[in-house]
Write a protein that binds this ligand. Structure first.
Ligand SMILES: Cc1cc2nc3c(=O)[nH]c(=O)nc-3n(C[C@H](O)[C@H](O)[C@H](O)COP(=O)(O)O)c2cc1C
Length: 322
């Protein structure tokens, strides 16, 4: 698959997840075999005001490319300026516009999913951003504000007319949050309406689910979010299932190696103290479902040092292998 001029080396996309898909996590997922990783959402306004926090979210490294950077906002001029700035920084291969975020803080500004009921401003944003950058351009959308998907279809068709290169579709309504199930029939319908690639997203929990999504909808690729938080290897499992027809269970040793790797990536990116604070909420995800994981997870609720976390991991691995 190609998105604009970018060759996509597979069918899997790590979803943008605010607070989670930072550079260390993306690097880990990429090293495990995911095709494209996406940044957390970046505020176009934050970039306009040179916010340090926003700029920090734009740190990248060559090993994670191709990288998709997602921006959100409601003002076409500010969105265009963010797009141009990101292109000049040279950190992204794909620029994604967020049309799906339904959290109050974003919708209140007229951004994210709010744009799905404001086609006029959506078109202005698409035109302004398309004129501002030569980066491959994608949009990430929901079904809209009603379950029939008509707003999603209209926006995707408009996006295609305005030169967008692919559409990522999470077929839940803006008011649905994460309740109910993603309606895959809408992805199949969207595939009949536009010719640019469609990436299906929503409720992929296993590699087999991803294959079902591809088969049932005819989508060109799959994007995985929440399942990657507890199993960052799911994207490589999907690639393996597509390429080789099988995917092996992940050995314990591999999981523990990758936990250690994540610790080192966090130290490098955030420094020891911040790494400790952030990792205590994240490392426990990796062992969900493993025998005796609850004690291990409890112990990880305090990480005074990364050396302590590494020791806990070694001890738990040793006990599991007895
Ligand atoms: C913690 C969290 C953070 C998210 N942050 C973003 C974001 O920054 N941008 C975005 O477009 N979607 C965001 N999403 C939505 C996901 O990208 C994805 O569309 C959604 O989780 C459905 O996919 P899944 O069922 O594979 O998780 C977020 C979801 C979660 C759970």
């Amino acid at each position: 698959m190609k998105i604009g001029s970018i060759d996509i080396p597979g069918k899997t996309f790590l979803a943008p997840l605010a607070g989670i898909t930072n550079l260390p996590f993306r690097t880990l997922v990429k090293e495990c075999g995911c095709a494209v990783v996406c940044s957390e959402m970046i505020s176009a306004k934050g970039l306009f005001y040179n916010s340090d926090k926003t700029l920090a979210l734009l740190r990248s490294c060559p090993e994670e490319r191709p990288l998709s950077v997602q921006i959100f906002g409601a003002d076409p001029a500010i969105m265009a300026r963010a797009a141009a700035e990101i292109e000049v920084m040279g950190v992204a291969d794909i620029l994604d516009i967020n049309f799906g975020c339904s959290v109050k803080k974003v919708v209140k500004q007229g951004a994210g999913a709010a744009l799905m009921q404001d086609m006029e401003n959506s078109r202005r944003i698409l035109q302004a951003v398309r004129n501002a950058t030569t980066l491959a351009l994608t949009i990430k959308i929901r079904s809209g504000w009603t379950p029939c998907g008509s707003q999603a279809f209209a926006l995707a068709e408009t996006a295609q007319q305005e030169g967008v290169d692919a559409v990522i579709f999470h077929p839940r309504t803006a008011t649905q949050g994460f309740k109910g199930r993603a309606d895959r029939t809408l992805i199949r319908q969207l595939k009949t309406k536009i010719s640019i690639p469609v990436i299906g997203n929503g409720d992929i929990h296993t590699a087999a689910d991803a294959l079902d999504m591809l088969d049932q909808t005819g989508c060109d690729g799959v994007m995985i979010g929440r399942a990657a938080m507890t199993n960052p290897f799911i994207l490589s499992q999907v690639e393996s299932l597509i390429t080789h027809g099988t995917c092996r269970p992940i050995p314990y040793t591999f999981i523990f190696n990758k936990m250690e790797r994540l610790i080192h990536l966090y130290i490098k990116h955030f420094g020891e103290q911040t790494a400790c604070r952030m990792l205590k909420g994240k490392l426990p995800w990796f062992v969900k479902g493993l025998p005796g994981c609850s004690d291990f997870r409890k112990n990880l609720s305090q990480i005074p040092s990364t050396a302590h976390a590494l020791e806990l991991i070694h001890n738990y691995e040793f006990r599991l292998n007895l």
